[in-house]
Ligand binder design. Sequence first.
Ligand SMILES: NC(=O)c1ccc[n+]([C@@H]2O[C@H](COP(=O)([O-])OP(=O)(O)OC[C@H]3O[C@@H](n4cnc5c(N)ncnc54)[C@H](OP(=O)(O)O)[C@@H]3O)[C@@H](O)[C@H]2O)c1
Length: 365
Amino acid sequence: MVEDTFAFIIHPIDPKTDVSRKWPLVGKILTEGQINFFSRFFPPVYISEITGVRSVATGKELRGWFIACPFTPKTMLSLPVETVYRKIVACGHMAERLGARLLGLGAYTSVVGDAGETIARRLDMPVTNGDAYTVYMALEAVREAARRMGIDMNEASAAVVGATGVIGRVCARILADEVPELILVGRRTDALDAVHEECEGHRAQVSAGLDLRGIGSADLILTVTSATTAVIQPEHLKPGAVVCDVARPRDVSVRVAELRDDVLVIEGGIVEVPGPVDFGFNFGFPPGKSFACMAETMALALEGRYEDYSVGKHISLEQVYEIGDIARRHGFRLSGFRSFERAVSDEQIERVRDRASAARRTGGH
Ligand SMILES: NC(=O)c1ccc[n+]([C@@H]2O[C@H](COP(=O)([O-])OP(=O)(O)OC[C@H]3O[C@@H](n4cnc5c(N)ncnc54)[C@H](OP(=O)(O)O)[C@@H]3O)[C@@H](O)[C@H]2O)c1
């Protein structure tokens, strides 16, 4: 019987911290600039074998591998796209040699160029960028966070930042069916107009703009830009707001954590993986949890769907709902909330609610 296998490409996001995860001394000695520079000449790096991902529906178990593309987000944006493609394809060749039957593109490797189309064409193995399940799980997280903050989606104002991106656009379209008011934020008017048009004629009253101050009235904010530095600052948020940050690197400034104890910031797209999973590598999550894009790759392999799935700059609503069903059946679940690398407790959410009520009473923020 042919084994069910996959590989997933990761890459350093915070250069010093992430390089230290693999080579503590190198991460300690080199500066961020030096890491960015030297990473250009590095080959793909074998990181670890992944075992124990097991379907609750079929009992089938997967074997997988993490492979690192050595480039940081800044490097990927500054190099010619062809150079980046070549490095990702080299990672794909390593995955093929290891025996992987499906390749997942993590973080920026799914953002560069045409979001996986060229990579899929150049490799013999199928590819997915994980965006469909990332959308599905980000929206699940928003709904659950709203519930726990006492925000009724039927009365809420929601905003999508990065609404013209692959993930942002579909999130916006789905939210347009679920809330009465939707605010879209982007940085190009023409692209924003197109998303605005797609979202109109559904439940929400839709507005769109280039100014981030537009999110100041939103109860629920889903942010998913590919900016390399934080875009959402403390002054952008109203008391009691929920921000689901799907972006890697993060869109929400750490200043929000420091200065705003009356808002709830959660990381979007964190998933509980079924089975006694061992990733063989600490990528910064507690045991048994993964990013949604990793989970999409695993769910497809468990389903035996060895085909290009989320590839390119467009994903459909059908894909989002289909991968949601596939993943749920195999036992993938929304994980507990995390915020700036820490788990969020019920008590913390209670505290945010109290502070938000107090801030509203005193007119703070
Ligand atoms: N958590 C997960 O599991 C997961 C999975 C996949 C991806 N991601 C992350 O999700 C993010 C978006 O991915 P994507 O595939 O949707 O990317 P994308 O299609 O390239 O879209 C990015 C969006 O961000 C906007 N943007 C870029 N730089 C900006 C800046 N400096 N300020 C404001 N807006 C900016 C872009 O605007 P323009 O349209 O004007 O260019 C676009 O709307 C990335 O950070 C990626 O790493 C996370």
